[in-house]
Design a protein around this ligand. Structure first.
Ligand SMILES: [Fe+2]
Ligand SMILES: [Fe+2]
Length: 622
């Protein structure tokens, strides 16, 4: 969006427009409000007033469910605050940007914004803003199912509150989120403690937003109590949720209360009443076009409890489809936005169709091709491809984080696959493409629920089927992504679990029928997955892994490629003392992985400090 500078609305009317929208909650002309907010960076007036209005507008778009617009305004506000050296507004802009990005499903962008904000808040020692950032980071991590890391963020808020009383206003939210994480991690005791404290500390809800929050807390409380078979307690809290919801007009709040009631009734033995209520609630959320995963989860749970497994399976299927659709739509949307922005950065002409843009960019490269040396052209092409794939890559890594908390697996697989391609005699361009394309091999995991992906024990047959769907989901998303030259990545995503003997999935093709890049990636992927720890398995030694790969030569893996791979790994181990470090070089260059690493490092550091302090206290007491 670069048109805003020409609007030229005077400062006072701009800020009035934004103020009115914020104060009254009225829906103004969204396009005008966005243009006005963006134009504020260009007007010649008081910097503080301008930034306050811009941040107000970003918050407004967030509240009314327009996070994409919020992102654009927050990005502009951040750039402006930085330019005019306004520290606190820069941090606030990071918070607004992160919140909008997380809300729109772009976790990598959110993490980058939060990490930047955290860095600044810590540098100036502002604990209030730092706590807000930890709270938001934790919330963003919940979106991706990283519950344990999320808890660490919320605990950081509680810890900061010990030395700064102003932080305590965030305690109820932090504790409520800890309860939600505990519920998902099946850690019921800590969950109950957290939600109890959260409700005790929270002031009596008064407006729609605080009522909604409290109903959600009562909903978590009900579900946690059901897990320890305290059905009387669950019924009490479900009733409380209902009383509160009746004071609010919000349909969302009403649905949360009905879910709590339906579950409490079912588990207290009133099966028909509870299940009927949940069915009606599902209908209602469908009518209102509200996302209904929570209702579906509750209904599946209630039907399972009632022994109605076939019905439960039907709704489970619906839930999976819904999750898959939402995840796919999110990825495609962000990749599209990324391609549009990429074009915007390269040219200022207005664009309507991404494919058209891409053709224009290709032509530009071809024009350049006529003028400069071939090597340079290849390099330009490669840079262009890398830039186009970037958003998809970040989202693939974010999906993978649940499985591999460092986020380096995809990059190491890409690197190892391209080294194997080199051994197999591929040309430089193919080698480059395999490196980038293989990084995306598991992008389909975006559509797989945490409960299956992270299951510590083996899969039952239907869970296995769901897990195996990641190959097709990934290929599907890549095919629909508008990124040119993505064919190889699509083939890798679809076929990296095929086996040489035809017993793999999804197509069950064998031998040379399996695309070459997929055969290569299969070796790199299995090697890396086996040699690293996952939530459901320990790391294997390199020796044991290589023996396994050798034993699967000609059954799982292409025999010729297996020989090349085994020789390659022995050579690489001789050349690099830390092979993982060498293969993960591209990961460490990614701003998203850096942001994540920074957040994690601070959390770990904080924990160590806390433990030391605790140890010291204990020593003194002895
Ligand atoms: Fe996979
Ligand atoms: Fe993998």
């Amino acid at each position: 969006m670069s048109a805003a500078a020409t609007i030229g609305i005077p400062l006072t009317s701009s800020t009035t427009l934004i103020d009115d929208a914020l104060r009254t909650g009225s829906t103004p002309d969204m396009a005008l409000l966005e243009a006005t907010a963006l134009s504020l960076a260009e007007v010649d007036a008081n910097n503080e007033i301008r930034i306050t209005a811009m941040l107000g507008a970003a918050r407004f778009f967030y509240i009314c469910g327009k996070p994409q617009t919020g992102i654009r305004v927050a990005e502009k506000a951040k750039a402006f605050a930085l330019e005019t050296a306004q520290m606190l507004p820069t941090i606030s802009a990071c918070i607004a940007l992160g919140a909008c990005a997380a809300d729109s499903g772009d976790l990598p962008k959110a993490m980058q914004a939060y990490a930047e904000g955290l860095n600044l808040a810590q540098r100036i020692g502002n604990k209030g803003l730092e706590s807000r950032l930890w709270l938001n980071t934790g919330a963003a991590l919940i979106y991706t199912g990283l519950y344990r890391e999320a808890i660490a963020c919320f605990e950081k808020v509680l810890e900061l509150g010990k030395s700064d009383a102003s932080v305590s206003v965030l305690f109820p939210d932090a504790l409520q989120n800890i309860a939600l994480c505990s519920l998902n991690l099946d850690e019921i005791g800590p969950g109950i403690n957290a939600i109890k404290r959260s409700i005790e500390l929270a002031p009596e809800p008064t407006d729609a937003l605080t009522i909604q929050n409290r109903v959600l807390a009562e909903n978590y409380y009900t579900r946690l109590l059901i897990e320890i078979s305290d059905f009387d307690g669950a019924t009490r809290h479900a009733k409380r949720a209902r009383e509160l919801a009746n004071r609010s007009q919000s349909a969302r709040t009403d649905i949360q209360a009905s879910v709590a009631e339906g579950l409490a009734e079912t588990f207290s033995g009133y099966l028909d009443v509870g299940i009927t209520r949940l069915h009606q609630t599902l209908e209602r959320s469908r009518e209102l076009k509200l996302a209904s995963p929570l209702v579906l989860i509750a209904l599946v749970k209630a039907l399972e409890f009632a022994g109605r497994h076939d019905e439960a399976l039907k709704f489970l299927q619906e839930m999976l489809n819904q999750q898959r659709k939402t995840a796919e739509a999110n990825v495609l949307h962000h990749v599209h936005q990324h391609l549009v922005r990429l074009h915007d950065a390269a040219a200022n002409a207005p664009i309507e169709d991404v494919k058209q843009v891409m053709r224009r960019m290709e032509t530009r490269v071809e024009v350049v091709e006529g003028r400069v040396a071939k090597a340079e052209v290849i390099l330009q092409r490669q840079e262009l491809f890398k830039a186009r794939v970037e958003a998809m890559e970040r989202l693939a890594v974010a999906a993978e984080l649940r499985d591999d908390s460092t986020g380096e697996h995809s990059y190491r697989v890409g690197r190892m696959a391209c080294l194997l391609a080199k051994e197999a005699g591929c040309d430089d361009e193919t080698i480059f493409m395999i490196d980038i394309a293989a990084r995306l091999h598991d992008v389909g995991k975006i559509g797989i629920p945490d409960g299956i992906l992270l299951k510590p024990s083996g899969f039952n047959p239907s869970e296995r089927l769901v897990m195996e769907m990641h190959a097709e989901i990934g290929a599907d998303v890549l095919a629909r992504s508008e990124i040119p030259h993505i064919k190889m990545a699509e083939e890798i995503a679809r076929h990296h679990h095929e086996r040489w003997d035809g017993k793999g999935y999804p197509a069950k093709i064998g031998g040379d029928e399996i695309p070459f890049a997929a055969r290569i990636t299969a070796l790199a992927d299995v090697y890396d997955a086996l040699t690293h720890k996952r939530p459901y398995k320990e790391a294997w030694t390199v020796e044991a892994t290589l023996n396994e790969i050798l034993a699967s030569r000609g059954s799982h893996f292409d025999p010729k490629l297996t020989d090349l791979f085994l020789a390659l790994v022995s050579r690489l181990r001789r050349e690099h003392r830390d092979l993982d470090h060498h293969l993960g070089e591209a990961a460490r260059a990614s701003p998203f992985i850096q942001a994540r690493g920074k957040i994690w490092e601070t959390l770990k550091l904080a924990k160590d400090e806390y433990q030391q302090q605790f140890q010291r206290t204990m020593d003194l007491q002895r």
